[in-house]
Design a protein around this ligand. Sequence first.
Ligand code: MLC
Ligand code: AMP
Length: 461
Amino acid sequence: MSSSSDDRPDAVRVGDRSVSRSRLRETAAAVADDLRGLDRVAVETTPTLETVVGVVGALLAGTAVVPVPPDAGPREREHILRDSAVGALLAPAGGPPGGGNLPVVPVDLRRVSATDHPEPGPDRTALILYTSGTTGAPKGALISRGAIATCLDGLADAWDWTPDDLLVHGLPLFHVHGLVLGVLGPLRVGSRLHHVGRPHPERYAAAGGTLYFGVPTVWSRIGAAPAAARALRPARLLVSGSAALPTAVFDGLAALTGHRVVERYGMTETLITVSARADGPRRPGTVGVPLPGVRTRIVDEQGRDLPADGTAMGELLVDGPTLFDGYLNRPDADAAGRSADGWFRTGDVATVGPDGWHRIVGRASTDLIKSGGYRIGAGEVEEALLAHPGVREAAVVGLPHPDLGQQVTAYVVADGVTGPELVDFVARQLSVHKRPREVRLVDALPRNALGKVQKKRLVEG
Ligand code: MLC
Ligand code: AMP
């Protein structure tokens, strides 16, 4: 945390409760006292002040934080807790008992401590963020303190983010966007934060911020609520990321708010790597230029470099100080995610212009879906469906959706079970946003001569 002598009582506000920075440090120090010596701790990431205090407490203690989505179904939750081998769960004091066999360390905002915890080194793991791949259960990405610090300093520079700002957002606190940028960002920069609970347009409008974060779905909903959009006129900067911002949404917001949205690009594994700048142009459909220290290049399917001519399309590779330190317990996945010379393979297809501007064209695989800014692995949802005794075959794809970008759609061959029953069945295992929005019951899945499901045909209809 940066040390600002200014101690505003509403430095960090979540919902209708706020704390000053000094109070945050004292309450977090009490959590850190409880965690001392613990390597990893899970945090129940409800959108509350307790989550902020719990995360900061763990960071003060040098204990790696494993965020648990509050709506994670039992199967997903069990996987995260088992795979990360956490020693305890941090949860709001007085909340429902949710630790199972794990000891629960209560986060109590009334408790303070004056312990001065020494700053852990930059190589220490700060966060283990569970994220979906194309197949199987989510993997835990190890994110170091140094990677986070470098990323946030780069963004502060790109966006002229200063202690004078009031950041407003309502994003979930278990991903890079809401947690790293949206909570650790203001703490590092020294700006105020107002987390509005959920990213509803009217809550953004009422918050009177200078800086706003949203995923494209949030911006699209604000653009569809003209009064809320107009209330953002006095803001300094609107920022979009986590998925592609449609040009129509960019243009609509420009007309209503007077702001050309700054777009930035990143991933759980790399943090934010490319962004437009506050003092530079913003071009709809593009995500800007690499942040300080980040290197990017595009390659063809054989791994050969492609020219940065604005036309050649290839897989985007990135390297630099914001990269993660690998997946927990998954050296196989680490190796598969790197090029021969060690750059991280994003799986995104991009063009790079001669001026360094990046355009994200799409994803190389149809098996990673982005819906409402959430990353969803088709394989994980398919496995959840196949666990139903009536399901014989399942193929999950992301179909274009005007509000969500893509919607999770399942094509299923099944006996004696309805679509809504299958949606409920998945909901009992996985997070809400991983549920199919639609189940299409079919007689057979399209397959090629080798028997492989042809997902492109399902997407193209
Ligand atoms: C949702 N609902 C469903 C459903 N999905 N019901 C049935 N089937 C499903 N499949 C329910 C919800 O629980 C909710 O109910 C209601 O339907 C409305 O859902 P919704 O339309 O999805 O709206 P909402 O829940 O408000 O979600 C939209 C959203 C959300 C934009 C707020 O998708 C979101 O918070 N996205 C942010 C994701 C994010 O932060 N990604 C960052 C990844 S990091 P009820 O009863 O609850 O109202 C990253 C790196 C980077 O990508 O670059 O940033
Ligand atoms: P996640 O790991 O949840 O952070 O998701 C990372 C993925 O989100 C990237 O690989 C991209 O596919 C997508 N993404 C993030 N930001 C953008 C953006 N500005 N434009 C297009 N796609 C984006």
